[in-house]
Write a protein that binds this ligand. Sequence first.
Ligand SMILES: [Zn+2]
Length: 581
Amino acid sequence: MASSQSSTETDWVSRFADDVIAESERRAPGKPVVVASGLSPSGPIHLGNLREVMTPHLVADEIRRRGYTVRHLISWDDYDRYRKVPNGVEGVDDSWQEHIGKPLTSVPAPAGSAYPNWAEHFKAAMVQALEELGVEYDPISQTEQYTAGTYREQVLHAMKHRADIDAVLDRYRTKKDGAAGGKKPQQQKKVDEAELEAAEGSGAADEDDGSSNTAGYFPYKPYCGNCEKDLTVVTSYDDDTTELNYTCSACGFAETVRLNEFNRGKLVWKVDWPMRWAYEGVIFEPSGVDHSSPGSSFVVGGQIVREVFDGVQPIGPMYAFVGISGMAKMSSSKGGVPTPADALKIMEAPLLRWLYARRKPNQSFKIAFDQEIQRLYDEWDSLVRKVADGTVLPADAAAYARAVGTAAGELPGTPRPLPYRTLASVADITAGAEDQTLRILSELDPSSPLTSLDEARPRLDRAENWITTQVPAESRTIVRDEPDKELLGSLDEQGRESLRLLLEGLDSHWSLDGLTTLVYGVPKVMEGLEPDAKPTPELKVAQRSFFALLYRLLVGRDTGPRLPTLLLAVGADRVRTLLGA
Ligand SMILES: [Zn+2]
């Protein structure tokens, strides 16, 4: 293991890495550093939940880069109860209601799924996205852990100390009620729907702390031996024999089991989580802002891990919600909430990593599915140029390095990263026709033409997917088949002259740069200005009306993709036809 090295203090990831290494050396010298995430495959795992993984991933990756061994545990909370049937999931109907209360691994997968159960089905998409994102981790299935009796000692220990646990919970129950009393009910209700949705996707959002009945408080719940649901009530427990009696309020089944050999149940969430911190020796585990309130599972867990499990609460920053801008209604097949896989269809993994790396966990941000993605890519390309020419700021350089690769190496990139907005425009106009796309992309820079579309991939594929899945039909560009004779016939002398100048210059300006000069230059010539003249307000008006004329003649609307790209995409012959040559 590398010797402890002082941080370069360049960004939030480095600072957390410093703290986590120091804490790990103090608590478990010479042992691998353990960081953790928890995900509940209770339905499609939303893009918002990716921060639960990316925050510890980036810190773990920094620690690996410093030469330490790190375990990033991703705990699949697949032994959690099935809480509700999510809306709009393909292959699922109301009949899934009957499984509510069962462990997620005991619920059938949606119809047509290749996976054996509900949890495995929704895990699979996330596993694939994490692979593409370069996230290295140790998966832990809580179903496997519990049903194998892995936590036997911890379960028995928690049952033995149930009064202590109840006392801790009680402190917060009182505080929580007191705090809530000061709030207006209306304020409490005013929670963003999307945030609730996001919280639903995380097992950590379940604030279940078990409940007391006449027999006392029990931090453990069996799943029913008859109907598999967790609607069970523990009616007695004997510490010496570990004999436990329960009845099921769903089906009426009752049985006596011995907890020292019984494996079909789990600790309630508020006890389960701190138990695992202690069991795994977790040094770093962030959680969503919904955990910051008094009485939340993170706060209560801190007391329980210390007082009951003789452990230490991990360093656990709260992370802010990640929003989505402009996800078209098109993904309603997934309940309208995008998944990491949806994001990776329209953007490359390094760009998505960058969004998380450049913002501190407590800063919220949005992931763009709308037009904003083009500006985001421009910003990314500008960062790449600054990195190349050495003008990049240290914090930006750090975020860049975390985005393009991990301690294991570089992530796949695009050899010729042409501007995303150009690729999107080309995809828009060609509707994905490969020969046409290659012709246009080769003409962008004739001095160094593209020889194969593969050079522009995978960015080209992402831009094509964005156009086809996120841009609404009414915003798509449709190049006219026939010239607009009526409009052409109505042009005055000046209008005809401007088109003539453009057509005359087409051949000698047939590249992205050349056509840019040409389309801005024609109005200058018309105004009697030099081609390199500085724009005046009058000139800007003239340029705008000239551009609007070209859009009308080429695509039948007042706006469209950038004109140089559009002209290249339409092709010189068709441009001549449509402009009345
Ligand atoms: Zn039952």
